[in-house]
Structures are given as structure tokens and as C-alpha cells.
Design a protein around this ligand. Sequence first.
Ligand SMILES: [Mg+2]
Length: 215
Amino acid sequence: MSEMTFDKQFFGRSLASMAELTEKNRDYWTKLDSDIGDGDHGINMSIGFRAVSAKLEENLENAEDITSLLKKSGMLLLSKVGGASGPLYGSFFIKMGKDITGQTEITFSDFVGMIKNGVEAIQFRGKAELGDKTMLDALLPGLEYLEAHQTDSNPVVVLEEAVAIMRQGAESTIPLIAKKGRAMRLGERAIGHKDPGSESSWMLINVFLEEMKTV
Ligand SMILES: [Mg+2]
């Protein structure tokens, strides 16, 4: 079997599916955020991904490589999305492709490196750590698994397990006190609620998995 590769269209389809996912989960993510935050997560994400979706065809055409497509989309999220999630997800997509400039096709190992760059960008901007009740509680454990298994023979199986770990990571935020964001002010009242960003982040990574199943 030849090595699985992913091209610009793969990322274009993923972004389109992320926009659909965001619409479907708009109210759900907003509900999670109204439990412990300011109740705008789903609304903000929807505004951002509608902008990504509206420009997607044009960006796909004008982007000379995968890096550029992701950067253009990340810039839209950064500029259109309010709250904490805009800058965080914006930097994820902006930084994802920084090591694959010029490439129009990548391997699964490249993909793992992209997730790493994106997660590090979130970490850099948000200054959060594992256990702070943020999206990193979902992303970091999944990334660790991806890095350990990036050369395994079946990328879909590896990503499937990583997404399952991320989903568990989102669940793991429920009993935590928040050390970042608005939920911090709630102190112990944040206990019993899932962090909205941790939920949206595993669900967005899951979109890559669903797209990989069709490659
Ligand atoms: Mg909010």
C-alpha cells in the first residue's frame, strides 16, 4: 500500500465540514458556555466559520499551498470571532502549516507535526496548562498519542484513537476548577460543567478523522 497523503482539497473539504459542524453545534456549544462563561462560544464559532465558508472557494483557488489556505482561514477566524476562542483557533490554523510551506501534499507525519504546531500556538497564546479546564485538556493528551504513533501503519486508526483520547480529555474538564478564562471567577461553581472549548476542539479534530476515512 502506498503511503496515505493529504492535499489542499483535503484541507478545503475539512474546513467546509468544520463550518457545517459548527452550525449543527452552535446552540450546544453556546449552552456549555452559558453554564460557566458568557454564553457566546457557539455563536462566535458560527460567525467565524461562516466567514471561512464564504471565502473558502476563493481561498482554495488563490492559495498556492496548504499553508496558505490554512493561514487565510485562520486570519478570518482571528478577525471575525470574538471572545477567547477566536484568537486561539485563529492561531491554531495560522501556525498549523508553518513547517510545510510550499507543499501541496503531505504525509500523516506532516499532519501530526501540523497539529503539534497548532496546539503549541494555542498554548503560547492562552498560556494555559494541562488541568486548567481549557481546550488544552482535550488537545494535549491526543497530541501526545499522535506523536508516539505517527509512523504506525494505519493513520486512520491512529487518529481515531487520538480523537477518542481528546474526547475523554474534554470529559476530564468536568470535575475541574478553571484556572483560565471567565470560568475562573466561578471558583468551585465551575465544577460539574464541561469546558466548551475542550468540547469544540475534539469535535473539530474529529472532522479531520472523518475526512481521512474518505481519502
Ligand atoms: Mg465565551
